[in-house]
Design a protein around this ligand. Structure first.
Ligand code: NAD
Length: 305
């Protein structure tokens, strides 16, 4: 029986680092500044954006919040990006995704100055990551690497299996694990014999968006399991599949009619693994903490300090 893998200490370490770096920059007359852009009224996006702006405030990072209507055109958003690119006082630009359908998302991502691209999604930063050059890299996988460094004595030589191959989590996660000299396998929806493949992993990173996909028979004894997935369960049948009657999660479901659940079948994984991150209260904290680190990194590089 393993333990819950706490993400909070790593998140706090990253936030403290960002706070101290912000103070040091301010002492030199440089005030790190993040511009956050939200298009439309997506309720989840509104919560994410307000958390990001709030965290900036807590660390002394300046922030600007640009809210645009849901019917904004690609051209209008590009014009705002160009304005922010040209503003020397702005060090980081974050356009909250997903964007409304009429907007060309890849044109927007490619228009952001790569050195202000705090989400790390710009093709130039994707290339820099692949080449092992300095750049700004996606916050969730960067946060997960910091968590693994804090939790595992030696990453070098470990077999890491990344479940999911998205551009924002799976692929950059695999690149970052390679950089740490792990042996990396990427699993996806067409992978055959998933339990056999995943069952070889010393480290499993699940980023799929399928609740409870990584079941106990996918997990090797003593593995470390990081659950990136965030899924909302609203059907009783789904919740009873993963959560025991009387458990905290089941009580929460009975009260609210919904719970958040990860891509890992938590109770089963915990039977075999050494460590498993919880959902909620796990990787999400690392993502926002690393966004702050990226913002300060962008400001430091601009000032060449
Ligand atoms: P995505 O939909 O872009 O990608 C999912 C990936 O999973 C795809 O590459 C697909 O090939 C793969 N996949 C689908 N079914 C599979 C299967 N049966 N076996 C193996 N792989 C399969 O999703 P994403 O943006 O990478 O996000 C993944 C999850 O992580 C979502 O639940 C999302 O909400 C969550 N997420 C959390 C954070 C955080 O801060 N905690 C950040 C980003 C994403």
């Amino acid at each position: 029986m393993g333990d819950k893998m706490a993400c909070k200490p790593t998140a706090e370490r990253l936030l403290n680092q960002a706070r101290q770096d912000t103070e040091a920059l301010k002492a030199k007359g440089i005030h790190p500044h993040l511009a956050v852009v939200l298009v439309g009224e997506n309720p989840a996006s509104q919560v994410y954006v307000s958390n990001k702006v709030k965290t900036c405030g807590e660390l002394g990072i300046a922030s600007t919040f640009e809210k645009l209507p849901a019917d904004t055109t690609t051209e209008a958003l590009l014009a705002l990006i160009q304005k922010l690119n040209g503003d020397d006082g702005v060090h980081g630009i974050l356009v909250q995704l997903p964007l409304p359908e009429q907007i060309d998302e890849s044109a927007i991502i490619s228009a952001i100055d790569p050195d202000k691209d705090v989400d790390g999604f710009h093709p130039v930063n994707v290339g820099r990551l692949s080449l092992g050059e300095p750049g700004l890299f996606p916050c969730t996988p960067m946060g997960v690497i910091e968590l693994l460094k804090d939790s595992i004595d030696v990453l070098k030589g470990k077999h890491a299996v990344v479940v999911g191959r998205s551009n924002i989590v799976g692929k950059p996660m695999a690149q970052l694990l390679l950089k740490e000299h792990c042996t990396v396998t990427i699993m996806h929806s067409r992978t055959q014999n998933p339990a056999d493949v995943c069952g070889q992993a010393d480290i499993i990173i699940a980023a799929v968006g399928v609740p409870g996909l990584v079941s106990g028979d996918w997990v090797k004894e003593g593995a470390v399991v990081v659950d990136v997935g965030i899924n909302e369960l609203t059907k009783e049948a789904d919740v009873t599949r993963f959560c025991k009657e009387g458990s905290r999660k089941m009580k929460a479901f009975r009260k609210k009619g919904r719970i958040l659940y990860g891509d890992v079948f938590y109770d089963e994984a915990l039977e075999k693994a050494a460590l498993v991150t919880p959902v909620p209260g796990g990787v999400g904290k690392l993502t926002i903490a690393h966004l702050m680190v990226n913002c300060v990194t962008a400001a430091k590089r601009k000032a060449d300090v």
